[in-house]
Design a protein around this ligand. Structure first.
Ligand code: CMC
Length: 430
């Protein structure tokens, strides 16, 4: 107790218990602070607030460390694939051969979208934004699978394996159908194929017989999804946890995650990066205009794909994906002028005092668009691809909330700055 931090508020002293995470991270336990002092902590954006204990992902933004369940992202990117990593994130351990086989079977068995559910797609205008369609259609899963979505944690956890497989497998099929629908193409139903192969088959191939997955392309898609699979308490994952804390089922909670992901400062950044690179290319510019505009300090002119709320030296995912972009384009014998523009932009920004002094480096979105473009995904599908990748993280976080019998509903406080008490004025007096 002697070393516990003490806060003096006037005459009152409040002593905080300290918590230490498995990586030595320290927190002061402020759960009883308001009760004992009458104060709250003001922490807009929750940047200094630990909202939960979690054993899924460890992130050290200063050192550029990212680990899923203890495994460094670099090792998973080298040796694992998306489905195996999804299993690891959700269940906590790498699967043995039997577990991997059974998980794969569950994903394949739950890939298809039934005829009734397919009708939902037709109710959207063909110009509907993909993330809007995705969130609505994922939300409808709770109605097609009511026995997996009872809003009773005990029951929902009993059926968790199936619900998780439905979510991971169907979100990919939904994305493929969104693409086909918006482009006026007929829907393609899933086949008995591995996850990433099936994804590309449903998106781009008319004929199963002529579908020939290119190993480099499959590997790149696996890598892209794997690198997005979880990222600690980011905006969408915290949203999933917040909704789950009310007792909501898995499908409803991940729908909220998809909504949170759609904003340009989170999952929508990959689209903004691509638009920026395309504009630079079309204008024949070297990117100076964007760099200069970004330095003004306005949110709307930020250099997209740069900076991160947590990483302050480098984003390990950006390193992996930047290298993978180069390798994949070389192996496929392709080149992309946007990759050259991105590299130039990166170099210029990294030598500019504005970015250096604020410790702004490329994040995962800076290069992910170039990989998706090379895989054939149009820009407006980038954010839904991020959602497919992030699904295991959302699921694992939902499970932690649902399994915590001592968990409380998320209910932050506020500092009220509105009018103090005043009396009602009737309409004729206003
Ligand atoms: N371009 C120009 N200036 C920037 C940028 C940027 N991309 N990012 C931050 N800054 C400035 C910011 O204006 C502030 O300047 P000042 O100190 O003069 O007020 C300073 O850098 C510190 O920024 P911050 O407020 O600490 O940044 P944040 O932690 O609030 O925001 C961020 C993090 C990712 C929202 C922000 O860096 C950003 O908007 N980046 C562009 C969008 C983007 O690429 N998002 C994808 C994030 S990675 C994918 C994901 O996990 O969702």
């Amino acid at each position: 107790m002697d070393n516990n931090p003490v806060l003096k508020l006037g005459e009152k002293e409040v002593t905080f218990p300290v918590m230490t995470g498995s990586e030595g991270e320290k927190a002061v336990d402020a759960r009883k602070f308001r009760q004992e002092s009458g104060y709250i902590f003001y922490d807009q954006g929750y940047g200094n607030t630990g909202s939960c204990e979690s054993s899924i992902t460890f992130l050290d933004g200063d050192k550029g460390i990212l680990r899923y369940r203890g495994y460094p992202i670099e090792q998973l990117a080298n040796y694992s694939d998306y489905v195996e990593t999804a299993y690891l994130i959700i269940y906590g351990e790498l699967p043995n051969a039997k577990q991997r086989y059974e998980f794969g079977c569950r994903l394949r068995e739950n890939a298809a979208i039934g005829t009734q559910m397919q009708r939902i797609f037709y109710s959207f205008p063909e110009s509907a934004p993909p993330m809007v369609m995705l969130a609505s259609i994922v939300s409808s899963l709770a109605s097609y699978y009511p026995h997996l979505a009872t809003n009773n944690f005990e029951k929902d956890l009993e059926n968790f394996d199936l619900a998780a497989a439905v979510a991971i497998s169907k979100i990919r099929t939904i994305v493929a159908i969104i693409y086909r629908y918006r482009n006026g193409f007929p829907f393609i139903h899933p086949k008995e194929l591995p996850y990433a192969d099936n994804f590309l088959y449903m998106m781009f191939s008319e004929q199963y017989e002529t579908f020939q997955p290119i190993p480099e392309v499959i590997r790149a898609l696996n890598l892209l999804l794997l690198l997005h699979a979880d990222h600690e308490q980011n905006c969408s994952t915290s949203t999933v946890r917040m909704v789950a804390s009310s007792g909501a089922n898995l499908f409803t909670s991940i729908t909220a995650g998809a909504c949170a992901l759609s904003g340009p400062l989170h999952g929508g950044a990959n689209v903004a990066v691509m638009q920026m690179l395309q504009t630079i290319h079309a204008e024949g510019d070297d990117g100076t205009r964007f760099i200069e505009a970004a330095k003004v300090g306005s949110k709307s002119t930020r250099l997209m794909g740069f900076g991160h709320a947590i990483y302050r030296n480098f984003d390990p995912r950006a390193k992996i994906i930047g290298k993978a972009c180069d390798e994949m384009l070389t192996r496929l014998g392709k080149s992309d002028p946007l990759l050259d523009i991105a590299k130039n932009l990166e170099q210029t920004a990294l030598n500019d005092d504005y970015f250096v002094s604020r410790r702004l480096y490329p994040n995962v979105d800076f290069y992910s668009g170039i990989i998706m473009r090379a895989l054939g995904f149009p820009t407006d599908m980038f954010t839904v691809m991020f959602a497919v990748g992030r699904c295991p993280g959302w699921i694992a976080n939902w499970r932690e909330v649902a399994s915590n019998t001592k968990g409380r509903i998320y209910r932050p406080r506020q500092v009220y700055i509105g009018p103090t008490k005043r009396d009602y004025i009737s309409l004729d007096q206003r």
